[in-house]
Design a binder for this molecule. Structure first.
Ligand code: GAR
Length: 216
C-alpha cells in the first residue's frame, strides 16, 4: 500500500473523507500522515481523533521563501516514506521545482469543473457566469494553480436561488465522493499520465471517473 500524506490548511472535510475511505478493508492506499501549514487548522484534531499522525509546518515564518518551506516539508515526507500527496484545501503555492519533483504523484481537489473557475471564489464565479451545472475536479498538480491533467470530476446542478454557500455545500458532497475514488484509481494504477493528459488503463472507463446528475 502506498503511504499518502494529506496536506491541509483548514477544516479538512476532504481529508476526513479520504481517511474514512482508506480505513475500509481493501482500500489500496494508506493515509500515513496529515500535514498542516497552519497550527490552528481545525482538521488537525479530526485527523488525530482518527488515529492519524499529524505534523504542523507553519509556512508563515517562511514568508516568500517557498523553497525554504518546501525543504522542511520534503524532509518530513521523506522521513515518512510518502509516495503520494493529496492537497485538501491546502492554501499555499509551491515552486515549480517541488511540483516537478512530485509530478504524477501529487493530487489536488478544486470545487469547480476545471478548467472553468480556477482560483478564489469558484462558486461566486460560477453563479456570476450563470452556469447550470457545476462541480468539483481532482487533478494532478502542475505549476499553474488549479490546473493540470484531470483524473475525476463530479457534477451537481446549480439551482436558480443558489448562493455561493448553498452551491459550495452541494459541491462539497460530491468532493467527498470523488477524492477517495480518484486516489483509488491512482493507487491501483487505473490511470496514467501521458504527455500531460490523464488516461485510463484497461478495465477503467469514463464512468469510473465521473459522477453526474441524471439529466432528463
Ligand atoms: C474544498 O472545497 C476544496 O475543494 C477547496 O477548499 C475546500 C477545502 O475544504 N480547495 C480549493 O479551493 C483549491 N483551490 P476542506 O478543508 O473541508 O476539505
Amino acid at each position: 500500500m502506498r503511504p499518502v500524506a494529506i496536506l491541509i490548511s483548514g477544516r479538512g472535510s476532504n481529508m476526513s473523507a479520504l481517511i474514512e475511505a482508506a480505513s475500509a478493508d481493501g482500500f489500496p492506499a494508506e493515509i500515513a500522515l496529515v500535514i498542516s501549514n497552519r497550527a490552528d487548522a481545525p482538521g488537525l484534531a479530526n485527523a488525530q481523533a482518527k488515529g492519524i499522525k499529524t505534523l504542523v509546518i507553519e509556512s508563515k515564518p517562511f514568508g516568500k521563501d517557498r523553497a525554504g518551506f518546501e525543504q522542511v516539508l520534503q524532509a518530513a515526507l521523506d522521513a515518512h516514506r510518502i509516495e503520494v500527496i493529496c492537497l485538501a484545501g491546502f492554501m499555499r503555492l509551491f515552486t515549480a521545482e517541488f511540483v516537478q519533483r512530485w509530478y504524477g504523484r501529487m493530487l489536488n481537489i478544486h470545487p469547480s469543473l476545471l478548467p472553468s473557475f480556477p482560483g478564489l471564489d469558484p462558486h461566486g464565479q460560477a453563479l456570476r457566469a450563470g452556469v447550470k451545472i457545476s462541480g468539483a475536479t481532482v487533478h494532478f498538480v502542475i505549476p499553474e494553480t488549479d490546473a493540470g491533467p484531470i483524473i475525476m470530476q463530479g457534477a451537481v446542478p446549480v439551482a436558480n436561488d443558489d448562493t455561493a454557500d448553498t452551491l459550495a455545500a452541494r459541491v462539497l458532497g460530491v468532493e467527498h465522493q470523488i477524492y477517495p475514488q480518484a486516489l483509488r484509481l491512482l493507487a491501483t494504477d487505473g490511470i496514467k499520465i501521458d504527455r500531460d493528459v490523464t488516461t485510463n488503463t484497461a478495465g477503467v472507463d469514463a464512468n469510473d471517473c465521473l459522477i453526474a446528475p441524471t439529466v432528463i
